[in-house]
Design a protein around this ligand. Structure first.
Ligand code: KIV
Ligand code: ZN
Length: 515
């Protein structure tokens, strides 16, 4: 029986980036977009072009770099937003403008301070304007799950008539319950007279942990596009996770009779890439991509799996890329092999200096670590990009003394605006001492909100990947660093976070700015 297609719309680079501190640079977005393209994602929402010049450039760069997926920019239902989105997408092989306005009484009254008639009029004008740039226009009724049904239907009918080709009905605040949300999608499709002229889409947030369940229920009731993110990244508790949606559809097509075009064997590597770049590690028990997702601890389970895999496993680890042969390079690999692999990972160099630098760092790493995996290369590239973008501070050297029964001491040298500064500090551990020494120089006034260390690969020679989250005056940043020495990785991550704080980290937020 042929199944209907479920369109996978990935918003890791837009809604995912709205997670506090998860902002990505243009080059990082391009790397993730290339991985999404390789996975065969249908639509990549690359950003919110009007949010900042950086966001605009990132959408533009993704549009130029990706050929096979449609590239989308978010735009509020406002003429200047749509023009900016249209401009950023001009070079895309295939483009979509995604425009939205809130339709729930609470959002219209308090946030927009607009009447329903004004909202309807603005939505229709925006969709019509977006059609001047592309024939592929998505319209979202923000907070659809808390909107009044009749008004929702009126909005949908009018925006389809104005030219919207996809209608998205988000559960913006993660309030929906699967049966109720699915029923809403069904009733809308049945009640809107021109509903056959658009694809219905869902975009669910995970505030009650129901984003994937709500999305699947919507699909069972007629939605044919799901908006989701890698690792479930996103505003507050996140969005529906792409890997869970895709694997649920693949594993339970008896219940969800649709198919996606996703090349599932690239899921794990893409998840790793997003975790490395954003500094949001994946919890071990996360479905599909967590380190324990396919690990069978209990003896009884292991026995069953050995006798017959399907006793306890409903999916094959290799189908999502766990057992992909990801061992790539080593000490004897040359430039050609390294550059070829990096190209396959979506990393492009802008200059000869850049490619020389990565080769040098690769050789240094290969001296310390026998097997270099894709994850190591991704971390290496992130590290180099972080150093290149460093505006104020650069880590020059670090020396730490840590002995039993002695107070650890760290000595740090930083370049501070091209001037060398040294500091020494003690702390409760080597990392604490290091951060205190850095702060003696930086005196940033920031609060450390999170410190986490993850091993990138297996084995004690693994690089440690560190995330440092700093907060200052409401701006949250995540710095990341990787090294086979976790104290050095920590120092790199702290310095990276300081540099991010110093850069213009503030961007317009699509859902809190009035139009
Ligand atoms: O959650 C939401 O409603 C959104 C819209 C902009 C689609 O992110
Ligand atoms: Zn959202």
């Amino acid at each position: 029986m042929s199944k209907e297609k479920l369109i996978i719309f990935d918003t890791t680079l837009r809604d995912g980036e709205q997670s506090p501190g998860a902002s990505m640079t243009r080059d990082e977005k391009v790397r993730i977009a290339k991985a999404l393209e390789k996975m065969n994602v249908d639509i990549i929402e690359a950003g919110f072009a009007i949010a900042s010049p950086g966001d605009f450039e990132a959408v533009k760069a993704v549009a130029a770099a990706v050929q096979d997926s449609t590239i989308c920019s978010l735009a509020r239902a406002a003429i200047q937003d749509i023009e900016r989105a249209g401009e950023a997408l001009a070079k895309a092989n295939s483009s979509r403008i995604h425009t939205f306005i809130a339709t729930s009484p609470i959002h219209m009254k308090y946030k927009l301070q607009m009447t329903p008639e004004q909202v309807l009029d603005q939505a229709v004008r925006s969709v019509k304007h977006a059609r001047n740039y592309t024939n592929d226009v998505e319209f979202s009724c923000e907070d659809a799950s808390r909107s009044e049904f009749d008004f929702l239907c009126q909005m949908i009918e009018a925006t389809i008539a104005a030219g919207a080709t996809t209608i998205n009905l988000p559960d913006t605040v993660g309030y929906g319950i699967p049966d109720e949300y699915g029923a809403m999608i069904k009733s809308v499709i049945e009640n809107v007279p021109n509903s056959d002229q658009a694809i219905f889409s869902v975009h669910c947030h995970n505030d009650l942990g129901l984003a994937v369940a709500n999305s699947l229920s919507a699909v069972q009731n007629g939605a044919r596009q799901v908006e989701c993110t890698i690792n479930g990244l996103g505003e507050r508790a996140g969005n529906a996770s792409l890997e869970e949606i895709v694997m649920a559809v693949k594993t339970r097509h008896d219940q969800v009779p649709v198919e996606t075009m996703i090349e599932t064997q690239h899921i794990v590597s893409t998840s790793r890439l997003v975790a490395t770049i954003t500094g949001f590690p994946v919890q071990p028990n996360k479905a599909i991509v967590g380190a324990n997702a396919f690990a069978h601890e209990a003896g009884i389970h292991q026995d069953g799996v050995i006798k017959h895999r399907e006793t306890y496993e409903i999916m094959r680890a290799e189908d999502v890329g766990w057992s992909e042969n990801r061992l790539v390079l080593g000490k004897h690999s040359g430039r050609k092999a390294l550059y070829k692999r990096l190209k396959e990972l979506g990393v492009e160099f802008e200059s000869r200096e850049e490619s020389d630098e990565i080769f040098k760092k690769f050789k240094e790493l290969a001296d310390k670590k026998h097997d270099i995996h894709d994850e190591d290369l991704q971390a290496l590239v992130s590290d180099i990009q972080a150093i290149e973008l460093a505006e104020q501070y650069k880590l020059v050297s670090l020396s730490v003394c840590s002995k039993t029964d002695e107070i650890p001491e760290a000595e740090v040298t930083l370049m501070n605006n091209a001037q060398s500064s040294d500091a020494t500090a003690t702390g409760s551990g080597p990392v604490d001492a290091t951060f205190k020494a850095i702060e003696q120089i930086a005196n940033s006034g920031a609060t450390l909100e999170l410190y986490s260390v993850n091993a990138i690969t297996k084995g004690t020679d693994s690089q440690g990947e560190v995330t440092v989250r700093l907060e200052k005056n409401g701006v949250i940043v995540n710095g990341s660093g990787a090294d086979t020495d976790i104290v050095i990785a920590s120092a790199k991550a702290y310095v990276h976070a300081l540099n991010l704080l110093g850069s213009d980290a503030r961007r317009a937020h699509p859902q809190t700015q009035g139009i």
